[in-house]
Design a protein. Structure first.
Length: 328
């Protein structure tokens, strides 16, 4: 008889535990499934891979063309280090970051279909963070440098020392690595909007800055003169090429990403973002090629190759000239 209360108490507690255990799985089933779910390098886009493969196809151009072009830009900047331009440090960092980004594309492709490794996925995400931040910020620095040189030449002469460019470079690198680390960690609320705000701000600044430079260079022609000063003409071509890069590579994400709330999460993550990023990623090839085409002479390349390219351009010009004369 003395043991009956203990038995009853044990049975009651066991019943309570049973009732609790029958309720808990219903509440935490989703969490358990999310925890048990295996990792996928497609990042929850296993059923919507078309846009991701399109982005990878675009990035393959960076591997074939972009990496050699960026390495050539770096070699030219080192070769011309005795007579550097004020923006060379920005061009060099931009070329290095683009070359690094291009080397990650084969790893991303192998991880999607062979390795399926979370560590490799984190490294690829870090490279995406580097590309997302360094490219627009370094282009903004180049635009700022040209903006001050053209519109405020006296202030530019006082700020030619490399320490100012080094300070900006360090700031951009710190912002780049902080953003990339946050992208790898993930889980931050509204993290995609950080990039949207960055791309909108840098795009607006670069368009306004380059438009102001082009307007100032056009206006600076002498009275009664149709020809622009050679140095100003060179600056005009550089700014115009940067403006073309900005419009082609940055306008699509600027037009798509602010309307994130109008898409479903899967559509935005698996379709809209990869397509928008594809236009950004191809800039790793376009930027060094435009830089190389602006050079009067490209070191390390045979003269025969340069003459052949110039003869092709001359032939095209000769063909177009009679047509222009007839239309005139």
């Amino acid at each position: 008889m003395g043991t009956e209360p203990g038995i009853l108490q044990f049975e009651t507690s066991s019943l309570n535990m049973t009732s609790i255990s029958t309720q808990l799985p219903l509440n935490i089933t989703a969490d358990i499934n999310a925890t048990v779910k295996t990792f996928s390098a497609f990042d929850r886009c296993e059923r919507y891979v078309e846009a991701i493969l399109f982005d990878l196809g675009v990035q393959s151009i960076n591997v074939i063309v972009g990496i050699p072009a960026n390495l050539l830009v770096i070699a030219i900047l080192i070769h011309n280090r005795k007579d550097p331009s004020t923006s060379d440090i920005f061009f060099g960092c931009l070329a290095f970051m683009d070359a690094y980004f291009g080397t990650m594309t084969p790893l991303q492709l192998l991880n999607l279909y062979v390795w399926d490794s979370k560590e490799v996925w984190s490294a690829v995400q870090f490279s995406f963070g580097v590309k997302d931040t360094s490219s627009p910020l370094f282009l903004s620095c180049i635009c700022l440098d040209r903006f001050v040189a053209v519109l405020f030449p006296i202030a530019f002469g006082r700020m030619k020392h490399i320490k100012y460019r080094l300070g900006l470079t360090v700031l951009v690198l710190c912002l780049t690595f902080a953003y990339s680390a946050a992208k790898v960690v993930g889980g931050l609320p509204n993290f995609e909007r950080v990039f949207t705000g960055e791309i909108l701000a840098t795009f607006s600044w670069m368009v306004i800055c380059n438009a102001s430079i082009l307007w100032a260079l056009k206006k600076s022609r002498g009275n009664g003169k149709d020809e622009m000063h050679p140095m100003k003409k060179k600056a005009f071509k550089m700014v115009l090429s940067i403006l073309c890069i900005i419009v082609f590579n940055y306008l699509p994400p600027v037009a798509l990403f602010p309307f994130q709330d109008h898409y479903t999460p899967d559509v935005f993550r698996c379709y809209v973002q990869p397509v928008g990023y594809a236009f950004l990623n191809i800039s790793s090839t376009i930027q060094p090629l435009i830089y190389l085409t602006r050079l009067e002479k490209v070191p390390f390349l045979p003269d025969a190759c340069v003459k052949k390219c110039s003869s092709c351009l001359t032939a095209k010009h000769r063909k177009s000239t009679p047509e222009q004369k007839q239309s005139a």
